[in-house]
Ligand binder design. Structure first.
Ligand SMILES: [Zn+2]
Length: 552
């Protein structure tokens, strides 16, 4: 059993019904972000928080936070998003916010402070339904949002994102300041509907989520020769339409073979009339897989297949990337805790990967994070038919409450990576993280291990896609997660890997910095036995040294 008060799931479901009554109805949820329905939803959340004596305050990105003070910080954050797609479902996002409120309410009504501060968060514009940029608020929090990239976005009516934000009290240039709250948080948990058919099909009421799949989205173009449909013999055609059709089937097969998902969601032919062989065809394909290596293979095969199909059909082809995001795994300790909570509440022991992106994926870049899924009736979401049977909702909310209480009393702490000799330290693209590649010192032929040190300083060791984690035991009196990963190098002398220095925003030629042994290194510099030197000098100096790290 977990300690802590039980969440009143019936009350949370009643809150969801009230939200639906005010901002939804027979045409589905009308909570498009930054609009009236969304503000109405937030007003209801404000009322409900007021009932337990809490007030909500927005951060610079428009995320709404409420805090129930506990015995210590950093806080445990719980939340999701109140915004919906137009005519969306009543549960997508709203479930996680009302379940989070349920946890705060349970502790508030219990009359004792939680073991650590609880924060509720309603992330702004998760859906991106109006401006096409999903995860706005949570990416501002994680540091992934670049205001310059979204400044020019307009909605269908021509409204500028930057103006609509201003009407809602958000200054786009200051939105990244939302990241300052990272320092106050220990972990993040989110309850969400699955939005797919797996749990329902397996008869399960709740499941832990291992992470969000990575996405590769590409546009492919085939060009052949438009010609008369009546006079061009079949063996003389250069049919771009058939190349595209055959290609779509190849993409499907690639998805199946790798155990991922592959979608041709758009296909356009030109001239697009019944009396002409298509001379031009364009497809948009979307590949997803939870493992980076598999996703990379899927993309490589999709690119090769385009070449092969074009050659077979006598067509030219071209492709361009549209959007990509790497797979984002959740924290393995929190996944384990979520499994236990689901076992206890639902009697199920299932871990799913999310094919959809969630705010938790953004948060997981900088904080230990995990999710719990509830089933979706017929797997339908982003539609007014979206639903989950009430008993399943209740079970999911209870599992989430158990998980929150577990993490409140036993948050993930920093960890120790044993026996890793760092061979290379590199800055990960687009992410304020470094990756350390190394091998166990007693087995230099072993497969390299990766240690990722994230912006906030917690570390994860991965081996061939599997996380190998060894939680660091907190020292007496240690009330924060240990801010460092630790490596043991040659001679078993411990090496402290320090905090990654984020690149200053808006600086075009920013110099990535990392800190090792308390010494700040620039790109191309090295640390040999605690002395800073240049990469070029390492070969000579390394000969008699016990440790050498090159940052490149
Ligand atoms: Zn959602």
């Amino acid at each position: 059993m977990s300690g802590g008060p039980v969440v009143n799931s019936g009350r949370a479901i009643a809150d969801l019904r009230e939200l639906d009554r005010r901002t939804g109805g027979t045409d589905g949820a009308q909570r498009l972000c930054w609009g009236d329905g969304w503000r109405e939803a937030r007003a209801l959340l404000g009322e409900l928080l007021g009932e337990i004596g809490l007030t909500a305050e927005p951060d610079p990105a428009g995320n709404l936070w409420a805090s129930l003070e506990g015995e210590q910080e950093p806080a445990l954050a719980l939340g999701s998003h109140l915004d919906s797609v137009p005519e969306g479902g009543w549960l997508d996002g709203a479930l996680g916010v009302m379940a989070a409120l349920g946890v705060l309410r349970a502790w508030s009504e219990a009359g004792v402070p939680p073991p650590r501060t609880l924060m509720l968060v309603d992330w702004a514009d998760e859906e991106g339904a109006r401006f096409g940029r999903s995860l706005f608020g949570s990416s501002a929090f994680s540091g992934a949002l670049d205001p310059a990239e979204v400044r020019g976005l307009r909605d269908r009516e021509g409204g500028m994102l930057v103006d609509v934000l201003a009407q809602n009290g958000v200054d786009l240039d200051r939105a990244p300041e939302a990241a300052s709250r990272q320092e106050r948080l220990a972990a993040y948990l989110e309850l969400h509907i699955e939005q797919g058919p797996v749990l329902e099909a397996e008869g399960l009421r709740a499941a832990a989520v291992s992470g969000c799949a990575g996405v590769e989205r590409h546009r492919f173009h085939f060009s052949g020769q438009a010609s008369h449909a009546g006079t061009t013999p079949m063996d003389r055609r250069r049919d771009a339409g058939l190349a595209a059709a055959e290609y779509a089937l190849r993409v499907e097969e690639i998805g199946r073979r790798h155990g991922g998902v592959a979608t041709t969601g758009a296909l356009a032919l030109r001239p697009g009339i019944p009396t002409a062989v298509a001379g031009e065809a364009e497809l948009l394909i979307d590949l997803r897989h939870p493992q980076a290596e598999e996703l990379a293979s899927m993309l490589a095969e999709a690119l090769a297949a385009a070449e092969a199909v074009a050659a077979k059909r006598g067509c030219e082809h071209a492709s361009e990337p549209v959007w990509r995001i790497e797979p984002i795994p959740f924290d393995s300790r929190l996944i384990a805790a979520a499994r236990e909570a689901c076992r206890e509440a639902a009697g199920s022991d299932r871990v799913l990967t999310s094919g959809a992106l969630h705010d938790a994926a953004e948060v997981a870049r900088v904080l230990p994070a995990a999710m719990v899924f509830c089933p979706s009736t017929s797997g339908i979401s982003h539609a007014k038919q979206e639903d989950t049977p009430e008993p399943d909702l209740a079970t999911g909310i209870e599992a989430f409450g158990l998980l929150a209480n577990r993490v409140l009393s036993d948050p993930p702490t920093g960890m120790r990576a044993h026996g890793l000799h760092a061979e290379r330290v590199e800055q990960l693209h687009e992410r304020r993280e470094v990756r350390v590649l190394g091998r166990p010192p007693n087995d230099r032929a072993a497969a390299p291990l990766e240690l990722e040190v994230r912006a906030r300083g917690h570390a994860q060791v991965r081996e061939q896609g599997e996380q190998v984690l060894d939680p660091h035991q907190p020292q007496p009196g240690e009330d924060r997660p240990a801010p460092r990963g630790q490596l043991l190098e040659r001679g078993a002398k411990p090496v402290q890997l320090g905090r990654v220095k984020p690149q200053p925003r808006g600086v075009a030629a920013a110099v990535p910095l990392i800190q090792l042994h308390g010494t700040v290194l620039k790109h191309g510099e090295a640390l040999v036995d605690g002395r800073r030197t240049t990469e070029d000098a390492v070969a000579d100096e390394d000969a008699g040294s016990t440790s050498a790290f090159v940052f490149r």
